[in-house]
Design a protein around this ligand. Sequence first.
Ligand code: NAD
Length: 478
Amino acid sequence: MEPIPYSPAPKITVIGTGYLGATHAICMAVLGFDVLGVDVDERKIAQLDAGEVPFFEPGLSEKLREAIATGRLRFTTDFDQAAAFGDVHFVCVGTPQAANSAAAELKYVHAAFTSLASRIDRKALLVGKSTVPIGTAARLARMVHELSPAGVDLELAWNPEFLREGYAVEDTLHPDRLVVGVASEWAEARLRRVFEPLLAQGTPLIVTELATAELVKVAANSFLATKISFINAMAEVCEATGADVSLLARALSLDSRIGGRFLKPGLGFGGGCLPKDIRAFKHRAEELGVGQAVRFLSEVDSINNRRRTRSVDLIRELAGGDLAGVKVAALGAAFKPNSDDVRDAPALDVARLLYLEGAAVTVYDPEANRNAHRAYPDLDYAGSLAGAVQDADVVALLTEWDEFRRAEPQQLAALVAHRRIFDGRHALDQDLYTGLGWEYRALGRPYQPSTARAATQDGRVPRPGAVVGETPQDARTT
Ligand code: NAD
């Protein structure tokens, strides 16, 4: 290929300013581009325009204010303005699971590409960032050529996104790698220009055709989900044998061929990506006649969901066999710490299942109470950790926020009605809790009664070979 000639910085639009799009728009402006963020949600656009991030993401508010102050970042709901402004248009709209199937719902993607393409009358590049089924980009490329006054001058590329909520700014400004699926050298050159600041810092770039770029994203999420469900499957075996999955995970993680990332047993994965992405991938693979190749993803999904019902079993056991009228403090609602995202959140699902069995559930999440309340208004919500655990019969740690990991068991003990704790994320020091008289249960770990009495009789607290939870860094999910 010829060396890429210098070209002036393209103007960028970002269509869809949710978790992914707002972060991308803000970071592109911080990197020096003129950026227009576009969404159909007027409220969201008004908030962003006023310098307010509509969701919780560490560090993003500061970056938004920094970008607005440069004058390089603006927001609109006007697609005419977007079509006239942008040289490179990134489409970041949602692709949730369809209402009555495992497939991805593509209506937002189609609407966004249609709105743009029908208005663009000059050479420009449309870049999909949303996670889509393989083959979507090729179909959209044909569609935009037919729709656009610019015809084939309106090119399409795909640039899958790997950012993790909770680390979105860092991941956008310093990604592990960039993947671009392109249909021409011109499209590749445009994207190299857009990502020049990241390429200059040594970020690897993988250039592919459209289908591989689409596949990289769902393959990556399938691998991560499989690793999480693998250790949770081992937790099921541990529960049947008296083995301890924490020790097992630790031993496996020290094998350099396996590694410890995503090998943390617990309540499993959730959120707006992994669950719907593996289901949509399996659905698409079946359509393509290769369903058998990814049939294991059904098991990955089932193992993950079984952790939720098994958690309810352990909480019920802690409560003495019946949840009716039992006061449960549900610590956490977000699908993972450092996020307020409650989409398919295991924590909220467990809280809901407890409620359905008659428990009086009080939820507390440092950031996600508002979203959780919107999803499940029937649950009670507390404004603080102390408020949630007050008079609780059972405390259930469901999302491993630092606030919960660092809570003093002695102080919690003074608030609860009974010292019973379910550690759904292997985030607590079991010995510390049992030593202070707490009944402690965790998925995949053998039951050990409270050691408080032993401690007072012989003056020391026995310390079986427990493994304290790994850092949130190790536990993070996409
Ligand atoms: P989101 O629901 O937070 O945001 C989607 C946004 O698109 C919303 O603000 C919505 O109003 C807007 N929108 C819908 N239709 C539109 C239209 N026609 N025109 C303009 N805007 C429109 O979703 P998200 O979490 O940001 O995910 C977006 C995509 O990125 C999904 O495909 C997801 O799988 C993928 N992704 C997300 C993450 C993540 O961490 N959230 C990471 C990687 C990839």
